[in-house]
Design a protein around this ligand. Structure first.
Ligand code: NZQ
Ligand code: ZN
Length: 385
């Protein structure tokens, strides 16, 4: 097992009717900015519940943080925070609202050009506004991690930034708040969570038995409960399990002490920045091809995955790996996500554009072995057509 430091200070408040508990988590007298997305939080009553819980505070609101939150929109929120002297941020929504709120938290007191926060992947952040979250879409794990992803439209760049100062102080995880999700977002969320686990598990063995079994447990739960979430949209226990899987999938627990990949995510971010595909859909397209092309460097873990997650124990090594990859693709398709670029109107002409962006963004040696070069990405994308 590799050396590691594990630190996660986010308090999780989980279960039905837990929004009412947030007031006790916010310093008395704080001036709060609630941040939210398009319209879902208002339409489905989450915002009203949050406002009712905060009736003793001075509360302002910034809405309109879009999916794949943009730097351009977030700068408007930063000005609002500065003008109103806000001292607590409360994100109400999915990963995009939470990520956007982390950027606002970092930028409000940032002395230089705020884009530097993102361009340096969070390096220079030294003072932030504390934030809490009310999660409405289980997927990204942003509710319990120090990471955000922001897109600058003008240069078609989607970058990850992180800072230990950006862990939410608390996150409310009420699974009933995910009942209103459309099927497409449920599928996106399950695939996103599954691929987060894969990026931290399907690498090479380092005798991280605890991490491996946590990861396999999350994957098995997603395989069991993901399709049920579509078939039984009001099933609380199904949603509760998916929500907790999503949070545990990217809160630092399963990555501690093991190698990490993230090549699927980095190439996926370029597909979203260039062509607007949902995050989950980029992953559904890329992961099967990544595993096919990189099977030699991932062989031992792919065989473990085939056996423990898909119960594939017969046949040659390559047959087992082929079947495990095919099962993964079928699982994504069972969640109504298409797994080929052509399903999203993209053909071979997209490939050079992605490669150009990867080079411009210095993403030229990705993956746990730094072996995913633009030449290999070309092969991988060729398999996605
Ligand atoms: O904007 P509103 O009206 O709120 O609608 C949203 C949005 O259209 C809707 N929605 C959310 N909760 C709902 C709901 N609709 C009905 N009922 C509800 N309860 O869902 C749509 C998508 O929301 P979004 O927040 O964009 O989805 P998600 O949570 O999948 O977040 C995706 C973003 O997170 C980033 C992605 O790159 C992408 O930008 N990621 C963040 C990570 C992190 N911080 O660690 C890691 C991930 O790998 C990922 O990269
Ligand atoms: Zn993701």
């Amino acid at each position: 097992m590799l050396n590691f430091t594990f630190y996660n200070p986010t308090k999780i408040i989980f279960g039905r009717e837990t929004i009412k508990d947030i007031a006790a988590e916010i310093p008395q007298g704080a001036k709060i900015l609630i941040t939210c997305g398009g319209d879902s939080a208002r339409r489905y009553g989450v915002l009203a519940e949050v406002r009712a819980a905060l009736q003793d505070f001075a509360v302002f609101e910034f809405s309109g943080i879009e999916p794949n939150p943009t730097y351009e929109t977030l700068l408007r929120a930063v000005r609002d925070v500065q003008d109103r002297h806000i001292d607590f941020l409360l994100a109400v929504g999915g990963g995009s609202v939470i990520d956007g709120t982390k950027f606002i938290a970092a930028a409000a007191h940032y002395p230089g050009d705020p884009w530097d926060i993102v361009a340096s992947h969070g390096g220079g952040v030294s003072r932030t506004i504390p934030l809490g979250t009310v999660l409405t879409l289980p997927a990204t794990g942003s509710e319990m991690n120090p990471t955000g992803v922001v897109t600058r439209l003008s240069i078609r760049t989607k970058f990850v930034f992180k800072s230990p100062l950006l862990y939410p102080k608390f996150s409310v995880l009420d699974p009933t708040k995910s009942f209103t999700l459309p099927a497409a977002q449920i599928g996106n969320g399950v695939v996103d969570t599954f691929v987060h686990v894969a990026e931290q598990y399907l690498t090479y063995p380092v005798a991280g038995k605890v991490q491996d079994r946590f990861a396999e447990g999350l994957m098995l739960t997603l395989i069991e409960e993901g399709p049920r979430a579509l078939a039984e949209p009001q099933n609380y226990d199904v949603r509760a399990n998916l929500m907790w899987c999503a949070t545990l999938g990217l809160n630092g627990l399963i990555s501690a002490g093991v190698p990490q990949d993230w090549a699927t995510h980095m190439v996926g971010h370029e597909l979203t920045a260039l062509f607007g595909l949902d995050h989950g859909k980029t992953l559904a397209v890329l992961l099967p091809a990544m595993l096919e092309i990189r099977r030699d460097e991932k062989r031992a873990k792919l065989l473990q995955y085939a056996s423990r997650v898909w119960h594939l124990d017969a046949g040659s090594e390559d047959e087992r790996i082929d079947r495990a990859i095919a099962k993964t693709r079928e699982f994504f398709e069972s969640l109504q996500l298409k797994t080929r670029l052509c399903d999203y109107g993209l053909g071979a002409e997209a490939i050079p554009l992605v490669l150009e962006q990867l080079k411009a963004h210095d993403m030229v040696a990705l993956g746990e072995q730094r072996s995913v070069t633009p030449e290999r990405v070309e092969k991988i994308l060729g398999r996605c057509l």
